[in-house]
Design a protein around this ligand. Sequence first.
Ligand code: BES
Ligand code: MN
Ligand code: ZN
Length: 483
Amino acid sequence: MEIEFIAAAAALQPKTAVAQVVFEGETPSGPFAQALAASRFTGAKGQTLDLIAPAGIDAARVVLVGAGKRDGFDLLGAEHVAANAYAALKSSGLEALRLELPTADAATAAHAALGLRLAAYRFDKYRTKEPADKKPSIVRAQIVATEPEAALAAFPPLAALADAVSFTRDLVSEPANVLYPAEFARRVKELESLGLEVEVLGEPEMAKLGMGSLLGVGQGSVRESQLVVIRWNGATDKQAAPVAFVGKGVCFDTGGISIKPAEGMEDMKWDMGGAGAVAGLMHVLAARKAKANVVGVLGLVENMPDANAQRPGDVVTSMSGQTIEVINTDAEGRLVLADAIWYTQDRFKPKFIVDLATLTGAIITALGNDYAGLFSNNDELAANLLDASAKEGEPLWRLPLPEQYNKQIDSMIADMKNTGSRAGSSITAALFIQKFVNNLPWAHLDIASTAWKKPSTVPTIPEGATGFGVRLLNRLVEEKYEA
Ligand code: BES
Ligand code: MN
Ligand code: ZN
């Protein structure tokens, strides 16, 4: 999507659809009055009214887009109306869209552009036979702004964010025969062109570090496990302790020997959504040259059944020295995070760690598909995450870490086992991870509920890979950790 910011007086280009944003209860009089009278359009959020070749108007087509009440209209609202305008016109056959907002200061116009970019995302690289008339036709947009130059100046960090979210969505959308650990690592390595430092550890290096927990998960796969370390040192003090983000990157989760049922198993290609979000976060931080020291660590494995796969009942020794009885090989994400988190705190001594993982089906049962679960040992970090989450429209809901539930993961023969009962299984998964966190602020985001959406419930998030987490973590770093 090519985006331009223009002044209201700019002449209307031919073959351009006009999307006119309308506040609830402020429907325009004049040429549209008759059409409005024949419709239920009030300007409420999410409404659109399509007017084809309206009499007395130059535009080929006008779409009225509801923005809700003027009072509650904010930057997310601007993203959403732009996304709704795109949705209403993407199959119109017209190539250009002119977006007219009722209030269009620089920030509002720039966020409308972000909304267009996010809504126009599409993963179509494997479609070789799609007829041209089935593809979205809108490829250019003009956004009318009070000060077009100021809007253009406000856009670059948001364009970087849209690029990063698209990068994450691409990773998450890729099938597992294409995106296996080494290929994931290779794509992250390419981000060095943005100024990131990327190190890739293979199985021999991880074995030397004693990462028996992570390696046990990947041992049934012919694909080599990888640990990817991404660094961005943008703070003035390059020696200052970084903040750290760790992602679960299970490129495919069959369940292993505790194999999953066939139905829906294809969804497990996106079991690397946590690692995908961390990679996208590092992408945006580098692209907008964030003034912070940040480390991203990705634990990349494939969980397969095989003659060499780990068995239920096996005991593995993690890098921390703690032993784990693997009751269920399908509870593999926590085994990956155990070593990735330990490694991160041991090597980097970060100010805090936030991990992201598509960890439990139970979080979907608990929260549905609009909220991710938040667990934390630190109220300030939790509050900062909740605040960033609200501002970016990536909802989180905090859940408890009750000490007494640890009993569920006591093992008879090892320091712990990797699963408890069905009761509170998202919580016991989080408690398991907590055993690998020393005395530092830590938060765990269980994004099994939000990494993938079908159907879509937010106009800026098309069906499929969402990129959930990139926006909220980018905001957290921007507001709390940039000098
Ligand atoms: N990757 C799954 C969790 C998941 C489920 C993610 C659905 C996205 C959608 C995870 O590895 C898993 O299998 N968890 C098990 C844990 C159980 C064995 C304790 C689960 O949630 O059933
Ligand atoms: Mn699993
Ligand atoms: Zn998994």
